[in-house]
Design a protein around this ligand. Sequence first.
Ligand code: NAP
Length: 258
Amino acid sequence: MDLELGGKVAVIGGGSRGIGSYIAHALGAEGCRVVLTARDAGQVKEAVSVLNAKGIEAAGVSVDVTDADSGERISQFARDSFGGFDIYVGNAGGNRRKSFADTTDQDWLDLLNLNLLSHLRVARSAVSEMRSGGGGAIVFISSVFGREAGGPGLSLYNTSKSAMISAAKIMAIELAGEGIRVNCVAPGSIRFPGGSWDRRCIEQPDAMAKFVEANIPLGRFGTAEEVANVVAFLSSPRASLVTGTCINVDGGQSRSLI
Ligand SMILES: NC(=O)c1ccc[n+]([C@@H]2O[C@H](COP(=O)([O-])OP(=O)(O)OC[C@H]3O[C@@H](n4cnc5c(N)ncnc54)[C@H](OP(=O)(O)O)[C@@H]3O)[C@@H](O)[C@H]2O)c1
C-alpha cells in the first residue's frame, strides 16, 4: 500500500534516538521530509546525517520541549527548513518511578510538563501551521499504561499518558472539521538497542524471559519498527477515517478492553 506520504513534512518531537528515530526512518522511507527535535544537539546532528545518508531529506534542531517557547521554535524551524509541516509526532517522554506518597508537586509538574504539556504546546503551534496548509495529522506516543493500571510506582507516568489520550480525543473532535486528525499510539514493552528493555534483557535475561512469558501473549518484546509502522499509517491519508483513537502496539500485552 502506498501511504501517499510523498512530499509531506513530518516533525518528530524526540526523534534523535529510540522509538522516535525509528519513526523518523519510517516516515522518511515513505517519502516525508523530516524534522527532528531533541535536546542533545550532537545526537540530533548525527541522527540527521544517518537519515540523509539513506537519501531522506531531514533537518534537526536542539529544543527542550519542556521550555515554554518550544512550540513556536519548532514550528519556526520547520517553516525555515521546509516551508511548514503536515504531521506532528509527539514522542519525547520519560518515566519517574516513585510511590505516590513520596511524589512532590515538582515531580508532578516535571512529568506532566514532559509527557503531556510539551506535546500540547507543540500541537497548538502545529494546528495553526496545519490550518494554513489545509489539514494534517497529529500522533501522540502514549503507552499501554495510559490505558490501564501500570502498577505501584507509576502514578506519575500513568497519569501523564492517560491525560494525553484524553486530550487527543477532544482535540480530534474540535479539529475534525478542519481536516486535522489526532490519534495516539500506545506501545507495550519495546526493545531496541540501547533502550531500557534492552539493558534489562542483557542484565537479567532469565527474569526478562519470565516477564515476557507472563505478560506478552505474542511471546516477545515489540520492536521500534513495529511502533513506527503504525505511526506512519496514522500519519498518512490512508488513515483518513481514523481520528480520536488510540492504537495499542503491544503484542497483546494490554489487558484493557478499551
Ligand atoms: N520504550 C518502551 O518500551 C516504551 C513503551 C511505552 C511507551 N513509550 C514511550 O515512547 C516514547 C519514546 O520512548 P523511548 O523508549 O524511545 O525513549 P528514549 O530512548 O529515552 O528517547 C526519547 C527521545 O526524546 C528526546 N527527549 C527526551 N526528553 C526531551 C525533552 N525534554 N525535550 C526534547 N526532547 C526530549 C530524547 O532526546 P534528548 O534526551 O537528547 O532530549 C530522545 O530523542 C516515550 O514517550 C515513552 O514514554 C516507550
